[in-house]
Design a protein around this ligand. Sequence first.
Ligand code: DX5
Ligand code: ZN
Length: 213
Amino acid sequence: MLVAPSILSADFGNLANEIKAICDAGCDLVHVDVMDGHFVPNMTIGPVVVEPVAKVASKPLDIHLMVENNTFFVDLFAPCKPLYISFHIESEKHPHRLIQKIRSYGIKPAIVLNPHSRPQEIEYLLEDLDMVLLMSVNPGFGGQKFIPSVVEKAKELKELINKRNPNCLIEVDGGVNDKNIEILKNAGVDIVVAGSYVFGSDDYEKAIKSLKI
Ligand code: DX5
Ligand code: ZN
């Protein structure tokens, strides 16, 4: 299992040290949540913060867009050179076009599904994707309770992935901790995002290790 701590739960007054600490503690990706105050009822950070974060991080960035105007935000964050940019299917009318745009920047495209969205909806996009991110909470805030139906959804998605593009990874985001990591692993999940579980612990290395099963 790969682990991507979400910096939404980091101490923003001490951000550079927090990023260094999770990278030194053995995380695989640094998950950056971008919220526009429209698609979700919260706002976070722009490139003015993410660019220095990218400089300090020794691990690649995983940018999760929770926005209405995806094209604008892809152009805005591409210079930060993340490994992944993921966008929500619920806010995108032309997903194929946006996937091509993300790839044209040399960035791996991923699609996010909210807890209510069906994996079948993106079946014909799978061959063009490097990753699918399944939300296991309603997007917008850290520290929420895990929605268990994501486990069944991950299994369904895994079957579609096996059929259409076995190289596509599955990531799960929201309420992940040492109690639900095993069922996620068994469901075929490759990467977990963990915000409050990692940053709320007093030993980042131990917390990350407990998810790397
Ligand atoms: C929620 C974000 C998550 C969030 C996860 O909208 O996408 O990445 O930070 O936080 P936890 O792990 O605390 O649920
Ligand atoms: Zn996220």
